[in-house]
Design a protein around this ligand. Structure first.
Ligand SMILES: [Zn+2]
Ligand SMILES: [Zn+2]
Length: 302
């Protein structure tokens, strides 16, 4: 069960978006990730390994299942860690006695890479596994991964961004099985030449962004605040503060927070800075999920 320790000084104590070597783009073992989270004093983490079914062929021709974790393997690992992490915790270098009193909550999640034809398959996975949390992500635009610079060649970046948001909304309307919308403006991380600059997509795409935010609110889902933006040098989370502000203005209250770490050193990255930003905007709480049920947790002493 999720247990909340009130005397922990960190303002955000759960990292709800993490990867390990079950995801193609991470070399870190789940053990390393869990033990490092304990060293940081977190109360809980949720593994959200990639489930990008039908990821476009061509990027990884040698591995047709790239970016598709095996849910059985992830579940087995999480169950194993739930039994063992508590026992080993006290022996960690640097672990304080206080921390040793609190076992780490370890969630079993998946990150669904949305495409319109995957709704039934996602539903099957959601029904067949004891998932705590499902993160919905738009990783593609026009069936291509905007991570690759050639996707942007000979295109007006704003057209590609608009198309990205349109596909996201269509997918969110089709796919029911998700709890939070991850890194909503993910595509801006990869705009060629903009990597080191803050880019704000809201001014050129306000209407479609509003439609997406309203959809999240109407469905009673969460918007994710993904702090990997700091790791990528964006100086802000994804989505950008302007989008978070707009979500709040439209009545959005429920957010989840995750670092999207693929390596131990990125767990909980910039969480304190993010807590300040979120409370300034007017968010009073963030949300945890266990067995797909939402648990709001108030920010305090920021
Ligand atoms: Zn993602
Ligand atoms: Zn991720």
């Amino acid at each position: 069960m999720i247990s909340i320790s009130e005397d922990n000084e960190m303002t955000i104590r759960y990292d709800m978006h993490l990867h390990s070597s079950f995801s193609t783009d991470s070399d870190a073992s789940a053990e390393e990730m869990a033990f490092h989270a304990q060293r940081l004093g977190l109360d809980g983490i949720c593994f959200t390994e990639h489930m990008d079914l039908d990821y476009p062929k061509g990027y990884f021709p040698e591995d047709p299942d790239a970016f598709c974790a095996d849910p059985d393997q992830v579940l087995n690992k999480v169950l194993h860690l739930r039994k063992t992490v508590r026992a080993r915790k006290a022996f960690l270098p640097g672990a304080s006695v206080k921390n040793a009193l609190f076992p780490l909550w370890i969630g079993f999640g998946l990150e669904f890479g949305m495409q319109p034809h995957l709704s039934d398959r996602f539903h099957q996975i959601a029904r067949n596994y004891p998932l705590d949390f499902i993160v919905a992500s738009q990783h593609l635009v026009s069936s291509l991964d905007p991570y690759y610079p050639e996707v942007w060649e000979h295109k007006n970046p704003e057209d590609l961004i608009e198309e990205y948001y349109r596909e996201m909304l269509a997918n969110l309307k089709t796919i029911e099985d998700w709890d939070t919308l991850a890194h909503m403006d993910y595509i801006i991380r990869y705009i060629p030449g903009r990597k080191e600059q803050v880019y704000d997509s809201i001014s050129n795409h306000a209407q479609i962004i509003d439609e997406i935010l309203c959809h999240v609110i109407e469905r009673g889902k969460c918007l994710e605040v993904n702090t990997a933006g700091y790791k990528y040098g964006l100086g802000q989370p994804n989505p950008a503060p302007s989008i978070l502000r707009r979500y709040r203005e439209l009545g959005g209250e429920n957010i989840t927070i995750g670092s999207d770490a693929h390596a131990p050193e990125h767990i909980a990255i910039s969480f304190d800075q993010t807590a300040g930003l979120l409370t300034d905007i007017g968010f009073t709480h963030y949300c945890l999920f266990e067995r797909r049920k939402m648990y709001p947790l108030r920010f305090h002493s920021v």
